[in-house]
Design a protein around this ligand. Structure first.
Ligand SMILES: Cc1cc2nc3c(=O)[nH]c(=O)nc-3n(C[C@H](O)[C@H](O)[C@H](O)COP(=O)(O)OP(=O)(O)OC[C@H]3O[C@@H](n4cnc5c(N)ncnc54)[C@H](O)[C@@H]3O)c2cc1C
Length: 278
């Protein structure tokens, strides 16, 4: 759990199948497609060697080119700037080479199993990302309205932070059938996922994140909503998302996209591009 405020009720038991990007309104097993021994598709042998232009050498373009090459085609990647696109690591002039900064994506959830497929394919290592209060984070300082708290785990924070965590869990359970959806997603039970999600879309289609909190008995206190918005969960405060649709937030929460992050950087597109000669 990487959250300052835990992201949702912890149901995961090691025996259960994992949460993946098999999401509530996109229940497709991309990881199974990718792992299929026959590959993603086949091209008639007469067409092998045909050149195919791929515009853009970001991760999407490089992965597309890689898969086209595996099918026997000849991808030609056109990149206007740098291979890697928004996955970009830069160094600092005059500093040790090991000192770098990420200019784009730097953390990914283990639930992104399709991404993990390519990370494994090129043999890259990832490591736990130091999100607030994550196990990999030696310490976290929460500073709210001039009051600072130093914490190694959530247990080190004042009780009100744990109350907020509890309120978020209750709110998800009562307002968004969290446990049921979690189970259905783990089991890839599409009829059940559709049933729950259809009901939620009807109920919450025009509801904002903030409205969802306000309507919950668990978040009646403004102070709790304020702490939740500023300290948040996973990567930190989420109050910039308060005006957004709660359905967008639920997609993130159900698929654990904002939790248990692992870190990696530009090395992925560079490693994937190597066999392409890019
Ligand atoms: C600051 C920042 C932080 C982020 N953090 C995260 C994160 O932590 N986790 C996460 O999952 N995502 C994160 N993202 C998003 C993630 O980086 C992108 O979703 C992902 O890198 C997009 O990859 P892509 O290949 O689809 O597009 P891009 O990486 O944008 O690649 C598109 C490529 O196409 C090239 N191009 C465009 N037009 C043309 C043209 N006409 N001809 C030739 N080339 C062209 C561009 O130069 C570029 O290299 C972050 C993004 C930013 C900017």
């Amino acid at each position: 759990m990487t959250s300052t405020v835990p992201n949702a009720v912890e149901h995961a038991d090691a025996q259960q199948p994992p949460i993946t990007m098999f999401g509530p309104d996109f229940p497709y097993a991309y990881d199974d497609f990718l792992a299929h021994p026959a590959g993603l598709g086949q091209i008639p042998a007469t067409e092998h060697g045909t050149e195919v232009a791929v515009i853009g050498g970001g991760l999407s373009g490089i992965v597309a080119a890689y898969e086209l090459m595996k099918m026997g085609l000849k991808p030609v990647v056109y990149e206007a700037d740098q291979i890697g696109g928004r996955l970009r690591t830069v160094g600092f002039d005059g500093c040790d080479e090991s000192l770098t900064a990420e200019m784009g994506a730097m953390r990914f959830p283990p639930s992104s199993t399709a991404l993990q497929h390519y990370i494994d394919l090129v043999g890259l290592q990832t490591r736990s990302f130091p999100n607030p209060l994550a196990e990999a984070t030696p310490s976290t300082v929460v500073d709210l309205k001039g009051e600072s708290h130093y914490a190694e785990t959530i247990a080190d924070l004042p009780q009100v932070y744990r109350d907020v965590a509890e309120a978020w869990n209750r709110c998800l359970e009562e307002g968004a059938d969290f446990s049921d959806m979690n189970r259905a997603l783990r089991e890839r039970d599409v009829p059940r996922i559709r049933e729950i999600w259809s009901r939620l879309v009807e109920k919450l289609d025009n509801q904002t994140f903030y409205g969802f909190l306000c309507d919950s008995e668990a978040f009646k206190s403004f102070r709790h909503r304020e702490i939740f918005g500023q300290v948040g969960f996973g990567t930190g405060g989420w109050d910039t998302d308060f005006p957004n649709s709660i359905l967008e937030i639920l997609r993130v929460v159900y698929t654990e996209a904002d939790d248990h992050h692992r870190g990696i950087c530009r090395r992925l597109p560079a490693a994937a591009a190597a066999p392409l000669g890019a």
